[in-house]
Design a protein. Structure first.
Length: 223
């Protein structure tokens, strides 16, 4: 029963990521576009998803022996209405209760580029295409290094092309020690799926709740 419960929760939380990576994205302005060949970035993201799936079924470890962790993250940021763009982030973690609880700060950078919006001279919504995210989240991991994911919740500050916004963060993730691979307890690999929930509006139109989905694969160093 535990296995079926784990599979159910895994699919429930990860299907939106598969939908984003394997299907065409919706855009703010409906317009017909030519089909493009699959990009290297798409293949890269599909590979990361497969790694994420593999990490979901790793042996459990009793605890995290270190008190702190630093992560280098790479993945995809799906800004609502703009499609998927590459995402790079740096994360600091402070672990409590042998790793079952943690507090994390994140600085991440992505883009708001959209091939569709570029075709419209009057579709300039921001001063630039840069997206910067600052996160502070609390995480809870009930069963360390197992197939059961940990859960995160917190706040996010976004700078979207020069416009500042604040919102909430919800997410799940999982991690694996490299001890089982390289014999090291100071290095780990983890994935995170997060939702930046913000109030969004364009051209003084009525605001709406946007869900920006983020998928990252993180190389973590414990100390």
């Amino acid at each position: 029963m535990n296995l079926f419960y784990t599979l159910f929760n895994y699919l429930k939380w990860t299907l939106p990521v598969f939908k984003l990576l394997f299907k065409k994205q919706s855009v703010l302005i409906p317009v017909k576009t030519k089909n493009k060949p699959t990009s290297r970035f798409t293949y890269y993201m599909r590979g990361l998803v497969l790694i994420m799936f593999a990490l979901s079924f790793t042996p459990a470890t009793a605890q995290i022996s270190a008190s702190n962790g630093f992560s280098i993250s790479t993945g995809a940021y799906s800004a609502s209405g703009f499609g998927v763009n590459p995402y790079v982030a740096f994360r600091y973690n402070h672990y409590l209760s042998k790793g079952h609880h943690f507090i994390e700060g994140t600085f991440g950078v992505s883009s708001l580029e959209s091939d569709v919006l570029k075709t419209f001279t009057n579709a300039k919504l921001f001063e630039n295409d840069r997206l910067i995210a600052y996160e502070i989240v609390y995480g809870y991991d009930s069963q360390l290094w197992s197939s059961i994911p940990y859960f995160t919740a917190g706040v996010v500050g976004l700078n979207q092309g020069g416009q500042s916004k604040f919102g909430f963060v919800l997410g799940i993730g999982n991690r694996i020690y490299f001890e089982s691979i390289f014999g090291s307890k100071n290095i780990g690999l983890r994935y995170d799926i997060r939702d930046h929930i913000i109030s969004q509006s364009f051209n003084e139109q009525k605001s709406f709740i946007a869900h920006n989905l983020i998928f990252t694969l993180n190389l973590e160093f414990f100390y």
